[in-house]
Design a protein around this ligand. Sequence first.
Ligand code: RUB
Length: 306
Amino acid sequence: MLNPVLKAANRIRKLEVQGARNVAITAIQAVEALVGKTKARNKEDLLEELSKAKHLLFTSRETEPLMRNGVRWIINQVERSREEGIMKLVEIVSWSSRRFLESLEDAKDKIAEIGARRVGNDHTILTHCHSSTVTHLLRKAKQEGRDFEVICTETRPFFQGRITAKEMLDLGIKTTLIVDSAARFFMNQVNFVIVGADAITSEGNVINKIGTSMIALAAQEARTPFYVVSELLKFDPATMYGDYERIEERDAAEIWENAPKNIAIRNPAFDVTRRDFIHGIICEEGIISPHSIIEVMRRKHPWVFR
Ligand code: RUB
């Protein structure tokens, strides 16, 4: 019965699906598919099924609050509904899944519209990893006729920077690939850095692919503006109540296959960039200071605090 969700959770765990948006989209589509085939006879059974699905998805990758917020929101619609009939409840899941996905698309377009205005002719922009939100923004700037270059870090250990580089080339953007450790070397030639986000904490710190905080440090030292693009729902409400965002640590073999036996290898997937290093978070509400995240969230998505 949990098949679509099990499949999705496995794909997420194995990095067959990458990036916070794609992870959230895959999870939500799986929940909708699961409920579409439900054998639950009443609301209680359905909620139980949804709760198991939630657990499977939440444990597939730890640092993914967008997915958690999306799944929580959908379950919340069922819990709060006065409907008891199973068909109606299935419709609620289907409607709320679609609504959530549509709102993600709208946010992505809005972010691109706002962020593309920061891209000027003859600019050079450095990005790290592969963020579909970043590439959408750069696509928009290109479509608007801006002529600019992109520097992509390769992004060890999984080389997501190559995905970004290929996308940029397909768009006809002049693209340079560098090793992660060359970021400082090029920083003075860069107009600004732009990266995606996996999570935003209540303090306005941003969690993104490992290496992001080192690039932010280099950017600050070179006085190069450092922007984060993120949907607001990457905010993790649990951080407001004392929890730390958990940083996923991945298999050592991703770094060195057949490594010597006694070597210790650590492979954290993400790191934390402190808000003081971030010029602005480009989100669907505009370019905001990381300090204002709680205020914006309370205004735009008060339900996440419930
Ligand atoms: C991807 C990564 C991306 C964010 C944002 O890491 O860190 O920058 O997820 O991506 P991984 P998006 O490849 O390990 O998932 O803007 O597409 O949500």
